[in-house]
Write a protein that binds this ligand. Structure first.
Ligand code: HEC
Ligand code: HEC
Length: 454
């Protein structure tokens, strides 16, 4: 083709494309009625789109199932090594001690999934005909798979043989629609009632934990008792640091695990991405059977983790790795819950929104609508005006800007990684002093109302 002919062909092509575009966007197209648009707007999905759609649904279902029910084989630890099931069943039912009644279970923050209860049982509970002081009832609830985040394993005679935990143990709660602690599941919500330390402390055999940490059993008990409700220490079995220099517990608040789509750095210190952290927790905290690699788990920073070979976990019977994809997909799909009407003052929140991005300069880090930075969201302790205890326990040595959506749902236990600020007013006061913002009392109130609205 000659040069001239080529140019002519290109010009013709351009003319056709532009003409077509003008025709499509022309007045004729705009005049189409609403009915015409709705009947033609969604073209039939192509075969490939259909494949993706089906995959999306399958991953969501799988991921939800994993999040709620998968123990990843961790019953070998919680049941097999710690014998927690014996403490739950109690002496009368083949275990040890008094056993754990539903009342005790609810008092340490365990939740019951009302949707797993058959209607007849619901009626009996309503009529006060179910003994909530009897550990046998707890076993019945476990058989129904209704204790959120806990799975009981029973033998053919119905004896509780072992038990394991799931992600939902710490990262789900219920809406209390039936009664306090009993209701529909709320996945991704931080269970700030859950006293992990008290639950683990029930174990008749804490020796494996003592061995892991290189301390004695009374020391383990002291540490577990120091956590309190809504807290857990996901770094203790790495660095062995159970207490801060000021003597307070090193545990952190259970964070929200919703609204994380678009959030790059996971955890309070931005230790890793969501899927990194999912593998970390399933292998090194829940003690499931899988694979995990992190060469940064070195003798120097993480003596306990290095001894336990957390830098390179490999189980022949890997029950985690194949589930990571769907698990992440499900978590990304969980939206942050909307603040209920009436839970904040709308007019003040509107003014607080302006302050957040203006005078108070919060949005320089908490970038809306993620309310954390796209890209790197890590900051030195000095930048946010706090100590470096927790940041120094992470390979990043920094703190991650917390994504704030759904903040209203996890106010119990306080704010910042360790709950050091009891209220949003205290958080705002801290920023006001640290960053010399010069906020008036009214402005502080407006900012707090905005935070409650997210
Ligand atoms: C025993 C309680 C517990 C269990 C069980 C647990 N987590 Fe967590 N999770 C935590 C704590 C505490 C943190 C905060 C850790 C930190 O920042 O150092 C956390 C952090 C996270 C984060 C980061 C959230 C954020 O804001 O970036 C994700 C994601 C997460 N967990 C997912 C999971 C998944 C998935 C499972 C199951 C495989 C799981 N967790 C099991 C306690 C738990
Ligand atoms: C320099 C970056 C930066 C700025 C500016 C900033 N934040 Fe933060 N914010 C952070 C980091 C990092 C954390 C995590 C601290 C921790 O967990 O210890 C955080 C945590 C929070 C939390 C606690 C969330 C929770 O779940 O506990 C709130 C609330 C908050 N910020 C609100 C604000 C407000 C309001 C402003 C403006 C007055 C502001 N932030 C300005 C970086 C920043």
């Amino acid at each position: 083709m000659s040069h001239v002919k080529k140019l002519a062909t290109i010009a013709l092509a351009c003319f056709l494309v532009l003409g077509l575009a003008a025709w499509v966007s022309g007045p004729k197209a705009k005049k189409r009625s609403a009915e015409e648009v709705s009947s033609t707007a969604a073209p039939a999905a192509s075969a490939n789109d259909q494949l993706t759609n089906a995959n999306m649904q399958a991953m969501l279902d799988q991921g939800r199932h994993t999040f709620r029910y998968d123990t990843f084989g961790d019953e070998a630890f919680w049941g097999g090594a710690l014998h927690l099931q014996q403490a739950i069943a109690g002496e009368k039912l083949g275990g040890v001690g008094p056993g754990v009644s539903p009342k005790i279970a609810l008092s340490v923050g365990l939740k019951i999934d009302a949707d797993a209860l058959p209607p007849s049982l619901v009626e009996q509970i309503k009529a006060g005909k179910v003994n909530l002081d009897d550990p046998a009832t707890t076993l019945a609830l476990l058989k129904l798979n209704s204790v959120v985040g806990v799975t009981g394993f029973f033998d053919e005679q119905g004896k509780l043989q072992s038990m394991g935990i799931q992600c939902a143990f710490c990262h789900s709660t219920v809406d209390n629609s039936f009664s306090p602690g009993i209701g529909h599941r709320l996945d991704g919500w931080a269970n700030r009632d859950l006293n992990v330390g008290a639950i683990v402390s029930l174990s008749p055999n804490l020796q494996p934990v003592a061995d892991l940490l290189g301390v004695d059993v009374p020391t383990v008990k002291k540490v577990l008792a120091s956590w309190g409700p809504g807290k857990y220490d996901a770094e203790l079995d790495q660095d062995g640091k159970a207490f801060r220099p000021d003597g307070k517990s090193a545990a952190t608040l259970l964070p929200a695990a919703f609204g994380l789509a678009g959030v790059n750095n996971g955890t309070y210190t931005g230790w890793g991405s969501m899927t990194y952290w999912n593998a970390y927790v399933a292998n090194t905290q829940m003690h499931g059977k899988g694979a995990f690699s992190e060469p940064l788990v070195t003798e120097k920073q993480f003596p306990v983790g290095a001894k336990a070979h957390y830098n390179q976990v490999r189980n022949a019977d890997d029950q985690i790795t194949s589930k990571l994809g769907a698990l992440q997909f499900y978590q990304l799909a969980i939206p942050a819950p909307k603040a209920p009407d009436g839970s904040f003052d709308k007019a003040q929140a509107e003014r607080g929104k302006v302050l957040f991005s203006g005078k108070a300069n919060c949005a320089s880090c908490h970038v809306p609508p993620l309310y954390t930075e796209p890209g790197s969201s890590l900051h030195t302790p000095e930048e946010i005006g706090i100590d470096d205890f927790q940041s120094s326990r992470s390979p990043t040595k920094k703190y991650r800007t917390t994504p704030l959506r759904g903040l209203w749902s996890h106010q119990k236990g306080g704010f910042y990684h360790d709950g050091r600020f009891q209220s949003l007013d205290e958080v705002i006061m801290h920023y006001d002093q640290h960053s010399k913002l010069g906020l008036t009392t009214q402005e502080k109130k407006e900012l707090a109302e905005f935070l409650k609205s997210l």
